[in-house]
Design a protein around this ligand. Structure first.
Ligand SMILES: Nc1ncnc2c1ncn2[C@@H]1O[C@H](COP(=O)(O)OP(=O)(O)O)[C@@H](O)[C@H]1O
Ligand SMILES: [Mg+2]
Length: 306
């Protein structure tokens, strides 16, 4: 079964697309038939980063039913083994995909004959974004060291945590759970995962066990991008520990990627950063992070609607 790596981050500009294209490029360079999918439909630009300035077709053709099979929207890139489903030409947000379109897309992605498949998810915490992130256990979170970016990625992680809890319950049971949390811990407490999980442990022991198993099965990773010399190099480890402490979620810190102005230069020249500037610290960081991510052995799909 293909590995699927959804790549998310709370904030635009943190480097999700740059990292998707770089990890895709590295994976393809290892001889893996790699597919990158641009699901940041409102701000699609992955095509430019993988050297396809004007993709002839893309994801919108599948959504608009101009192309029946998702695999037929795939285009080649100039790089051997690297393929793209472009998000260009779409003028809607992923948040606006209907339930049916989302299910159809999630199903179609799991059936694509590429391995790995990388999803560039774009910013935000819409239900659709969360559901695409939860398509596999191998999601990757990206943030920069800036507090605003950290805040947003933390919000995304909490939203994913809540979404996973929500999947476990019927609508009626979830409502009852929210009320029980409110009653025990006061107004607004149903927003606090530590309160919610306590009530689940008391009132729904079987669901609690199921959730613990699901959370333990996650192999999420965290990458800190655009790290400058004076930034706190230990931030990733600290975030990972904090998330473990508050949510009981194990998110492995996969490494820092240094800030380098050459990234801007490569994007402006429309060339691959890794190929044009292979001897930079940023390139060696990308290789190290890529190795961490690729090392993921086997996985089960998470997709809840199969
Ligand atoms: N490691 C880095 N060093 C320097 N600049 C970077 C780095 N990563 C990303 N950038 C810059 O940040 C911009 C936004 O990156 P992008 O991948 O498009 O973000 P996102 O997809 O998260 O919105 C890029 O155009 C690039 O100029
Ligand atoms: Mg992007």
């Amino acid at each position: 079964m293909a590995q699927i790596w959804p790549i998310g981050g709370g904030k635009g500009g943190s480097g999700k697309s740059f990292l998707t294209s770089s990890l895709g490029r590295l994976s393809a360079g290892m001889g893996k038939r790699t597919l990158v999918i641009d699901l940041d439909l409102g701000a699609a630009n992955l095509h430019t980063l993988v050297g396809v300035p004007s993709p002839p077709k893309g994801f919108s053709d599948f959504i608009r039913k101009r192309i029946v099979r998702l695999e037929d929207t795939v285009v080649e890139t100039p790089f051997e083994n690297l393929f793209l489903i472009s998000g260009a030409k779409d003028n809607f947000d992923i948040a606006n995909l209907s339930y049916e379109q989302k299910i159809k897309t999630l199903r179609a992605i799991t059936k694509l004959d590429y391995d790995p498949i990388l999803l560039d998810l774009g910013a935000g915490t819409s239900f659709n974004t969360l559901d695409f992130f939860l398509i596999s256990q191998h999601g990757i979170f990206i943030t920069t060291p800036e507090p605003t970016s950290i805040e947003n990625v933390y919000r995304l992680i909490r939203s994913i945590y809540f979404r996973q809890i929500r999947y476990c319950f019927t609508a009626g049971d979830f409502k009852a759970l929210e009320e029980a949390v409110q009653e025990q811990f006061g107004d607004g407490a149903f927003n606090k995962p530590e309160c919610m999980i306590k009530v689940i442990a008391q009132a729904y022991p079987e669901k609690y066990k199921q959730l613990q198993d699901e959370f333990n099965a996650f192999r999420f990773k965290l990458i800190i991008n655009q790290v400058r010399k004076h930034d706190n190099a230990a931030l990733g480890m600290q975030m990972s520990r904090m998330i473990e402490k508050h949510l009981g979620l194990n998110i492995e810190f996969a490494g820092n990627v240094a800030y380098d102005d050459h990234v801007h230069d490569a994007i402006c020249q429309q060339v691959s950063f890794l190929d044009r500037y292979p001897c930079t610290k940023t390139a060696s960081d990308l290789h190290a992070v890529g190795k961490q991510v690729v090392q993921n052995a086997g996985q089960q799909l998470m997709f809840q609607y199969m």
